[in-house]
Design a protein around this ligand. Sequence first.
Ligand SMILES: Cc1cc2nc3c(=O)[nH]c(=O)nc-3n(C[C@H](O)[C@H](O)[C@H](O)COP(=O)(O)OP(=O)(O)OC[C@H]3O[C@@H](n4cnc5c(N)ncnc54)[C@H](O)[C@@H]3O)c2cc1C
Length: 522
Amino acid sequence: MGPTRDVLKHPAKPESGYRPPTVLPEDRHNRELVSNVHPPGWINPEPAPRYNLVVIGAGTAGLVAAAGSAGLGARVALVERHLLGGDCLNYGCVPSKCVIRSSRALGDLKEASQLGFRVPAGVEVDFPAVMERMRRLRARISHNDSVERFRGLGVDVFLGEARFSGPGEAEVGGKTLRFKRAVIATGARAAQPDVPGLAEAGFLTNETVFSLTERPRRLAIVGGGPIGSELSQAFRRLGSEVILFHNASHILNREDVDAAEIVQRAFLREGIRLVFNARIRRVERAAEGKVIHFEHPGGEDRATVVEILACAGRAPNVERLDLEAAGVAYDPRMGVGVDDHLRTSNPRIFAAGDICMDHKFTHAADAAARIVIQNALFHGRKRLSSLVMPWCTYTDPEIAHVGTTERDAEARGVPVTTFTRPFSELDRAIADGEEEGLVKIHVKKGTDRILGATLVARHAGEMINEITLAMVSGVGLGTLGGVIHSYPTQAEAIKQLGDAYNRTRLTPFVQKLFRGWLAWTR
Ligand SMILES: Cc1cc2nc3c(=O)[nH]c(=O)nc-3n(C[C@H](O)[C@H](O)[C@H](O)COP(=O)(O)OP(=O)(O)OC[C@H]3O[C@@H](n4cnc5c(N)ncnc54)[C@H](O)[C@@H]3O)c2cc1C
């Protein structure tokens, strides 16, 4: 296995033989990161007699819950066993988007001849420099999530692994934290694929892949969801040979097929080998590398690679929390059970983020933590189901979505009308050489109420926000048609769909009335 994550089992007490976590490679950037988000030598404070809120886990959900509650005057304890910032800062969004940025530049260079200039063949990728850039930027961003910052906000920060010792108390490093309310925000980790020989051969996960300093010449990625797809394209562009195994018939199978296929075509053009409906039988280590034996509709086959990256789902971090002691119901595969108010089976304990939610995104964890603050501390009745949740997969082109899909709407018996604008008809996309994209907006049939949208575009993640805003504020598609958009922009496609909707209101009867009026006033 590659470099491993150093999980703390004990609180940060220098005298107890405790070892601060390391993030590999141990260069100055990673030392800066660790000194911010798990400072060596940190001594936990003496607990207050009772906290308004004890927050377990300092990823996005935990940090937002802690900062928000403390800002409102609550007495808050925040417990983290590894690195503040959780997956997003350390092993997720931040490092992946830094690496994707470099890989995009390489993608552009490869397309350069179509933009009218020649780039010498064989542009050299400096993989160590790409990864160093990522580590430098991650360290810089880590100041936002630092122990020091949270202490400054008035939060009692405890470094160590928390477990419940009763329905109203948790323990960390031999100290008892009594609470009126608690929130479980312990997140999730990469699920280990159940493949014989894989553990023995060794594999990477999102917790170790960003520690690489050498490009794997041949890389197998297991799982074609958002994380697997993003990293497949990034590593391919950085020069690895990539084979992507997916257990369905197209990548990103949460998305509409036509949208996912646009991304899939880009993958094939770039030389990613895609194996659909794949079943990995076993992995073995051989002199030439790791040999993956697999089945797919074409028969049995094998592939030899240098590294295997597991991106096949997420497993909730429920172990060693002693949830039973607190009376919190959970499922080892699905995580902590919550109601629509994010309350667990113990009415004093809430949960937020990847530990309990289907939408495993940073912005979802953030939004859930805000609900918890209101519901836990102020008897609020905020509901998770009331959130309008966009998401984006940062492939090139990006694929972003909000609200319902045609498929979901049909399944729920909601009649929809879909307006689609392919980018081959959009001036700015043509000028940019980015014609493989689309905007699709679904409205409730007979109205302009937006129920959902899917976008495939280079910056779909930016464009989706306009549609989310419209949905949240009840602005209909017809109104978007009247919003002036700068020309030429790709977001203009949204306005054009608004115009398309407004044209549907020009019924033969209305047209006849107009014609009559115009004839009369001629
Ligand atoms: C490669 C990758 C890329 C991603 N990219 C994006 C993206 O671009 N956009 C996006 O929105 N989302 C992205 N995500 C998802 C996003 O990172 C997660 O949804 C988000 O981090 C969830 O936050 P969280 O607070 O629920 O959990 P986490 O971030 O997992 O935090 C949980 C914390 O709890 C701690 N903990 C666990 N058990 C205990 C315990 N017993 N005691 C004390 N502490 C404990 C853990 O150490 C961890 O720090 C990505 C994820 C990955 C893996």
